[in-house]
Design a protein around this ligand. Structure first.
Ligand code: GDP
Ligand code: MG
Length: 163
Protein backbone atom coordinates (compact mmCIF):
# COMPACT_ATOMS: atom_id res chain seq x y z
CA UNK A 1 0.00 0.00 0.00
CA UNK A 2 1.16 3.55 -0.71
CA UNK A 3 2.24 5.66 2.24
CA UNK A 4 -0.46 7.93 3.61
CA UNK A 5 0.51 11.57 4.03
CA UNK A 6 -2.02 13.63 5.95
CA UNK A 7 -2.38 17.40 5.98
CA UNK A 8 -3.53 18.85 9.29
CA UNK A 9 -3.92 22.40 10.50
CA UNK A 10 -6.42 24.97 11.66
CA UNK A 11 -9.20 26.13 9.34
CA UNK A 12 -8.05 28.52 6.59
CA UNK A 13 -4.33 27.86 6.82
CA UNK A 14 -4.33 26.57 3.23
CA UNK A 15 -4.61 22.76 3.52
CA UNK A 16 -6.99 22.37 0.58
CA UNK A 17 -4.98 24.76 -1.58
CA UNK A 18 -1.86 22.67 -0.94
CA UNK A 19 -3.78 19.42 -1.47
CA UNK A 20 -4.99 20.67 -4.85
CA UNK A 21 -1.56 21.84 -5.89
CA UNK A 22 0.10 18.53 -5.02
CA UNK A 23 -2.54 16.25 -6.50
CA UNK A 24 -3.18 18.28 -9.67
CA UNK A 25 0.19 19.66 -10.63
CA UNK A 26 1.73 17.97 -13.67
CA UNK A 27 4.68 16.75 -11.65
CA UNK A 28 2.62 15.28 -8.86
CA UNK A 29 -0.38 13.83 -10.63
CA UNK A 30 -0.83 10.10 -11.10
CA UNK A 31 -4.58 9.97 -11.03
CA UNK A 32 -7.09 12.15 -9.37
CA UNK A 33 -10.09 10.21 -8.20
CA UNK A 34 -10.52 11.55 -4.68
CA UNK A 35 -12.76 9.45 -2.47
CA UNK A 36 -14.73 11.78 -0.25
CA UNK A 37 -15.62 10.71 3.25
CA UNK A 38 -17.42 12.97 5.63
CA UNK A 39 -14.20 14.30 6.99
CA UNK A 40 -11.28 13.42 4.72
CA UNK A 41 -10.44 13.81 1.05
CA UNK A 42 -7.98 11.42 -0.59
CA UNK A 43 -5.87 12.10 -3.65
CA UNK A 44 -3.02 10.32 -5.37
CA UNK A 45 0.35 11.93 -5.90
CA UNK A 46 3.89 11.14 -6.97
CA UNK A 47 7.06 13.14 -6.45
CA UNK A 48 10.47 12.12 -7.77
CA UNK A 49 8.99 8.72 -8.56
CA UNK A 50 7.67 8.16 -5.02
CA UNK A 51 3.94 7.53 -4.92
CA UNK A 52 1.79 8.42 -1.94
CA UNK A 53 -1.79 9.02 -0.94
CA UNK A 54 -2.43 12.57 0.21
CA UNK A 55 -5.21 13.21 2.72
CA UNK A 56 -6.88 16.59 3.25
CA UNK A 57 -8.49 16.74 6.67
CA UNK A 58 -10.53 19.81 5.80
CA UNK A 59 -14.17 19.97 6.71
CA UNK A 60 -13.71 19.21 10.38
CA UNK A 61 -14.50 22.74 11.41
CA UNK A 62 -15.45 26.15 10.12
CA UNK A 63 -13.38 28.16 12.57
CA UNK A 64 -10.92 27.88 15.43
CA UNK A 65 -13.69 27.72 18.04
CA UNK A 66 -15.18 24.53 16.55
CA UNK A 67 -11.75 23.22 15.84
CA UNK A 68 -10.81 22.09 19.29
CA UNK A 69 -14.22 20.94 20.42
CA UNK A 70 -14.08 17.31 21.61
CA UNK A 71 -15.50 15.46 18.57
CA UNK A 72 -13.23 17.27 16.13
CA UNK A 73 -10.20 16.56 18.27
CA UNK A 74 -11.12 12.89 18.09
CA UNK A 75 -11.37 13.07 14.28
CA UNK A 76 -7.96 14.69 14.07
CA UNK A 77 -6.45 12.03 16.34
CA UNK A 78 -7.94 9.32 14.14
CA UNK A 79 -6.68 10.92 10.92
CA UNK A 80 -3.20 11.22 12.45
CA UNK A 81 -3.36 7.62 13.67
CA UNK A 82 -4.12 6.46 10.11
CA UNK A 83 -1.24 8.46 8.62
CA UNK A 84 2.33 7.37 7.92
CA UNK A 85 3.55 10.96 7.82
CA UNK A 86 1.79 14.16 8.88
CA UNK A 87 2.31 17.65 7.48
CA UNK A 88 1.25 20.34 9.92
CA UNK A 89 0.31 23.47 8.01
CA UNK A 90 0.40 26.82 9.79
CA UNK A 91 -0.46 30.32 8.67
CA UNK A 92 2.55 32.54 8.07
CA UNK A 93 0.28 35.51 7.45
CA UNK A 94 -1.70 35.12 10.67
CA UNK A 95 1.29 34.09 12.77
CA UNK A 96 1.54 31.50 15.55
CA UNK A 97 -1.80 30.57 17.08
CA UNK A 98 -2.38 28.84 20.45
CA UNK A 99 -4.24 26.21 18.40
CA UNK A 100 -1.00 25.41 16.59
CA UNK A 101 0.55 24.62 19.97
CA UNK A 102 -2.40 22.37 20.89
CA UNK A 103 -2.12 20.56 17.60
CA UNK A 104 1.61 20.05 18.08
CA UNK A 105 0.89 18.41 21.43
CA UNK A 106 -1.50 16.00 19.70
CA UNK A 107 1.09 15.24 17.02
CA UNK A 108 3.94 14.71 19.46
CA UNK A 109 1.88 12.22 21.46
CA UNK A 110 1.14 10.30 18.24
CA UNK A 111 4.87 9.74 17.64
CA UNK A 112 4.30 9.94 13.88
CA UNK A 113 6.88 11.67 11.69
CA UNK A 114 5.79 15.29 11.21
CA UNK A 115 6.88 17.94 8.73
CA UNK A 116 6.09 21.57 9.58
CA UNK A 117 5.04 23.95 6.83
CA UNK A 118 4.41 27.67 7.27
CA UNK A 119 2.09 28.66 4.44
CA UNK A 120 1.25 32.02 2.83
CA UNK A 121 4.89 32.93 2.47
CA UNK A 122 4.36 34.06 -1.08
CA UNK A 123 7.99 34.75 -1.94
CA UNK A 124 11.49 35.06 -0.55
CA UNK A 125 10.83 38.63 0.59
CA UNK A 126 8.21 37.29 3.05
CA UNK A 127 10.50 34.76 4.70
CA UNK A 128 10.74 36.84 7.88
CA UNK A 129 7.23 35.55 8.62
CA UNK A 130 8.88 32.23 9.36
CA UNK A 131 10.92 33.31 12.36
CA UNK A 132 8.23 33.42 15.04
CA UNK A 133 7.43 29.78 14.28
CA UNK A 134 10.80 28.78 15.69
CA UNK A 135 9.26 29.59 19.10
CA UNK A 136 7.28 26.35 18.69
CA UNK A 137 10.52 24.41 19.00
CA UNK A 138 10.48 23.26 15.37
CA UNK A 139 13.88 22.37 13.93
CA UNK A 140 13.04 22.89 10.28
CA UNK A 141 9.89 24.82 9.39
CA UNK A 142 9.35 24.90 5.62
CA UNK A 143 8.24 28.26 4.22
CA UNK A 144 5.70 27.62 1.47
CA UNK A 145 3.09 29.27 -0.68
CA UNK A 146 0.39 26.73 -1.49
CA UNK A 147 -1.18 29.33 -3.75
CA UNK A 148 1.88 30.32 -5.75
CA UNK A 149 4.09 27.27 -5.35
CA UNK A 150 6.99 28.91 -3.54
CA UNK A 151 8.91 26.36 -1.42
CA UNK A 152 6.59 23.45 -2.21
CA UNK A 153 9.21 21.43 -4.08
CA UNK A 154 11.60 21.64 -1.10
CA UNK A 155 8.83 20.38 1.17
CA UNK A 156 8.06 17.50 -1.20
CA UNK A 157 11.76 16.61 -1.52
CA UNK A 158 11.93 16.29 2.26
CA UNK A 159 8.63 14.39 2.38
CA UNK A 160 9.69 11.69 -0.05
CA UNK A 161 12.97 11.28 1.81
CA UNK A 162 11.10 10.29 4.99
CA UNK A 163 8.41 8.01 3.51
P1 GDP B 1 -8.02 25.23 4.62
O1 GDP B 1 -9.23 25.63 5.39
O2 GDP B 1 -6.86 24.96 5.52
O3 GDP B 1 -8.28 24.09 3.66
O4 GDP B 1 -7.57 26.50 3.74
P2 GDP B 1 -7.85 26.84 2.21
O5 GDP B 1 -6.96 26.05 1.32
O6 GDP B 1 -9.31 26.75 1.96
O7 GDP B 1 -7.35 28.37 2.15
C1 GDP B 1 -7.89 29.35 3.01
C2 GDP B 1 -7.63 30.73 2.43
O8 GDP B 1 -6.22 30.99 2.40
C3 GDP B 1 -8.13 30.90 1.00
O9 GDP B 1 -8.68 32.18 0.88
C4 GDP B 1 -6.85 30.76 0.18
O10 GDP B 1 -6.93 31.47 -1.04
C5 GDP B 1 -5.81 31.37 1.10
N1 GDP B 1 -4.47 30.80 0.84
C6 GDP B 1 -4.14 29.49 0.74
N2 GDP B 1 -2.83 29.33 0.46
C7 GDP B 1 -2.32 30.59 0.36
C8 GDP B 1 -0.99 31.08 0.07
O11 GDP B 1 -0.05 30.36 -0.17
N3 GDP B 1 -0.85 32.43 0.11
C9 GDP B 1 -1.88 33.29 0.36
N4 GDP B 1 -1.62 34.60 0.35
N5 GDP B 1 -3.13 32.86 0.62
C10 GDP B 1 -3.35 31.52 0.61
MG1 MG C 1 -10.00 22.94 3.42
Amino acid sequence: MKPIVTLVGRPNVGKSTLFNRITRSRNALVDNFPGVTRDRIYGQAVWNGVEFTLVDTGGFAEDDQDFFAGPIRAQIRQAVQDADVVILIMDGKGGVSPFDRDLMTVLRSSEKPVLYAVNKIDGEEQEERLYEFYSLGIDVPFPISAEHGYGVSDLLDELVSVI
